[in-house]
Ligand binder design. Structure first.
Ligand SMILES: O=C(CO)COP(=O)(O)O
Length: 138
C-alpha cells in the first residue's frame, strides 16, 4: 500500500510517536510524506520515506496529485485544528480529493490507530483491486 504521512507542527510529536510505535507495520508499505514530517519520521524510525515538498511549499498538493492519479491508498494527516495555516486552501484541496476518490483519511492519532490495525487485517485490500484496475471508481 502507498501511505501518506503528514502532520502540522503542533502534531509532529504525535506522528513521530505513531510511526515509532507502528514501525513494524509501516515498514511493509511504501511511505510518502510532506518534507518536514518525512524527515522527522525517517530520523526517529529509520523508515524509508519518500519526501515531497514541505506542506506550505506545495507538499499537500503533490500528495493530492498522487490521489488524483490513483496512486495513494491511505492518508494519515494529523491536522492542527487550533492554528491557522498559510496554505489552508491546499489542505482543504487534499482532504477534498480524499473524499472525491474515497481514499481513507485519518486526521488524528485515534483514527490512525484504528487504520493501522485495519491495514494489518487486510481491510484496505480493496484498494489494490481499484488501483490495479488503473482507474478510479468515480
Ligand atoms: O504543512 C503540512 C501539511 O499541511 C506539513 O508540512 P511539513 O511536513 O513540511 O511540515
Amino acid at each position: 500500500m502507498n501511505i501518506a504521512l503528514i502532520a502540522h507542527d503542533e502534531k509532529k510529536q504525535d506522528i513521530i510517536n505513531f510511526a515509532v510505535a507502528y514501525t513494524p507495520v509501516l515498514k511493509k508499505h511504501r511511505l510518502y510524506a510532506t518534507g518536514t514530517t518525512g524527515l522527522k519520521i525517517a530520523e526517529a524510525t529509520g523508515l524509508d520515506v519518500y519526501r515531497f515538498k514541505s506542506g506550505p511549499l506545495g507538499g499537500d498538493q503533490q500528495i493530492g496529485s498522487m490521489i488524483a492519479e490513483n496512486k495513494m491508498d491511505l492518508v494519515i494527516f494529523f491536522k492542527d485544528p487550533l492554528t491557522a495555516q498559510p496554505h489552508e486552501p491546499d489542505i482543504a484541496a487534499l482532504i477534498r480529493l480524499c473524499d472525491v476518490y474515497q481514499i481513507p483519511l485519518a486526521s488524528n492519532i485515534a483514527g490512525a490507530e484504528i487504520f493501522i490495525h485495519a491495514l494489518e487485517r487486510g481491510d484496505f485490500d480493496w484498494r489494490k483491486v481499484i488501483r490495479n484496475r488503473g482507474e478510479h471508481e468515480v
